[in-house]
Design a protein around this ligand. Sequence first.
Ligand code: HEM
Length: 234
Amino acid sequence: MNIVTRLFCSSLGKKFVMAATGMLLFLFVVAHLVGNLQIFLGREAINRYGHFLQSNPELIWPARIGLIVLVVLHIWSAVRLTMENRAARPVAYANYNPTVASYASRTMMWSGLIVTAFIIYHLLHFTAQTPAVNFTGRDFKTLHETMPDASMRHDVYGMMVAGFSNVGVSIWYMAAMALLCMHLSHGVGAMFQSLGWKKLPYSLFLNKFSIVAAWLIFLGYISIPLSILFGFVK
Ligand code: HEM
């Protein structure tokens, strides 16, 4: 068995795959948040950013393929590890009293599944711009901004304002963000553990870091639909 096969077969290897893919996905979530927060700088900033991404297929397609591979490996390792854990304890605890394990850690599978469902919805909503899922009666593909030289570019700002003006869609986004950040608050800590970085004296700091980072990411993401719903961004 070569080293790659051994890595994928052992529990330790799967934990490593889950931690490494989780770390890269976490970095994507932070980078995507920073990109999205440009909505607060105005239409020009976020539309320029959206246009930059769309007009550089040599950047965006490898990133898309990379993200898909990361998500698939992350889910695969999570499912396999859960199955191995269940097989190791075929009879459930007679008296299951989870005093140590947090709520976030016990619901990782559920929060992960719902976040995956959210990502599928989100891609239909803002990337494929499928009219049937935006519940506004508008086609986001027709939203364009006319530039001074009379060329056109996609109006990402207008699309976000239109998208989040639907209260139901905004609530669904915010609920998904709450679950994503609950998933991260445990996941980031577990990732440090699996990578062997959680050694004293940093362990307390790393636990706090994962909770603070999850809260900041949650507040950052929900600030966008909330600002649109309350008319601060229009
Ligand atoms: C309030 C929260 C969010 C907002 C406002 C938002 C906004 C957007 C927008 C506007 C796009 C389309 C960019 C473009 O094509 O011009 C997009 C794409 C995307 N978003 Fe988000 N996003 C949010 C949350 C998330 C989260 C939490 C994730 C992942 C966990 C995520 C993953 C993605 C992915 C994978 C794409 C596709 C990028 C591509 O291949 O084109 N988004 N998002």
